[in-house]
Design a protein around this ligand. Structure first.
Ligand SMILES: [Zn+2]
Length: 332
């Protein structure tokens, strides 16, 4: 159980990695009659499947009949790359593969024939990482790189991220929030939705990249981050839209959006057009073991750090491991 005090769940989609395909508003509108909630373009095309929530974070089921091809493509182009880089450590730790069958984080090779310079983290969905050893995950590093630290009963993992623009992550979450929002709420959010659409549009009123970045930096870019230890405690990838029960309350945003990914949750304020810059998050109630802190989407977090419990088992014939690593150009 996890709840925000004074809020109710307005929209909930659970385990979106494994559900059958469904239109997010429960509609089935013929392509010729669809309208895009982002651009409102009369001539918009709807030939492709628009995912209401990014596939990168594991959504396989939620699609939208209210997002046109152009907006879908533009949102992807503008935010997906940053979102992927930011989310990679969470995806690695929760085995959330998204569109691919492999997740990997590595630095650039320094020498020919060696496929990593200092570290390589790889996770495969279906097949073993090394041919003759049955493991689906591999962390390998040069001595004292600090990617992995072993203690008696803990493993500390430090996963470096590639350079990303933090406000893009806030915009990605906002786009997901708008996509699952009940249609009758849109009039209260329309100005903010237009800003988001203009940030990605090819015919944007914001003419330079610098101006777009400035606008993105001026957004809320805040929220609540939670970590829940254990084996898939949040039961999959879930998205929730929360609504305040007290519509006059000005201290907190009236609507919040939460993305849950098995062990991690990200909650952001979704400000209506008459709200702005409300970053204060309401009190929450949880009966689950958890840690929490502010979600900072203003500043880059170059290295993701996480502690896990683990046990050491002597499974591998060292010689066999060495041979396999050499064969795969992972060891000199
Ligand atoms: Zn559109």
């Amino acid at each position: 159980m996890f709840n925000f005090d004074g809020y109710t769940k307005l929209v909930v989609f659970k385990n979106i990695e494994n559900q059958p395909i469904q239109e997010v508003h429960g509609q089935n509108i013929p392509k010729s009659e669809r309208k895009c909630i982002f651009c409102g373009n009369e001539n918009a095309k709807f030939t492709k499947v628009a995912h209401a929530v990014s596939e990168t974070i594991g959504n396989k089921s939620l699609i939208s009949h209210f997002e046109c091809d152009e907006c879908n493509q533009n949102f992807g182009k503008m935010f997906e790359d940053d979102l992927g880089k930011y989310m990679l450590p969470y995806k690695l730790l929760t085995k959330t593969f998204g569109k691919n069958n492999q997740l990997s984080s590595k630095d650039m090779p320094k020498e020919d024939g060696i496929s990593y310079g200092t570290y390589r983290i790889q996770l495969n969905r279906n097949k073993p990482v090394l041919e003759n050893i049955d493991v689906k995950a591999l962390i390998i590093e040069a001595k004292n790189t600090g990617i992995i630290k072993l203690d008696n009963d803990k493993i500390e993992v430090n996963i470096p991220r590639q350079h990303y623009f933090p406000p893009s992550i806030y915009c990605s979450f906002l786009k997901m929030a708008y996509s699952i929002m009940p249609l009758n709420l849109y009039p209260q959010y329309v100005k903010h939705i237009v800003v988001l659409q203009q940030l990605v549009s090819a015919r944007s009123m914001y003419q330079s990249v610098e101006l777009k970045k400035e606008i993105m930096r001026s957004m809320e870019n805040c929220g609540l981050f939670c970590f829940f230890p254990g084996q898939n405690p949040l039961k999959g990838v879930n998205v929730t839209l929360w609504k305040s029960l007290d519509s006059k309350e000005q201290e907190y945003p009236r609507v919040l959006f939460t993305l849950e990914m098995k062990n991690f949750s990200f909650t952001i304020p979704v400000c209506a057009d008459d709200e702005q810059g409300i970053c204060k998050m309401p009190r929450f109630l949880s009966d689950m073991e958890m840690q929490y802190g502010p979600l900072d989407l203003q500043n880059e977090e170059k290295i993701f750090n996480c502690e896990m419990s683990g046990e050491t088992i002597d499974i591998i014939d060292y010689k066999l491991l060495e041979d396999e690593l050499r064969k795969n150009n992972l060891l000199k």
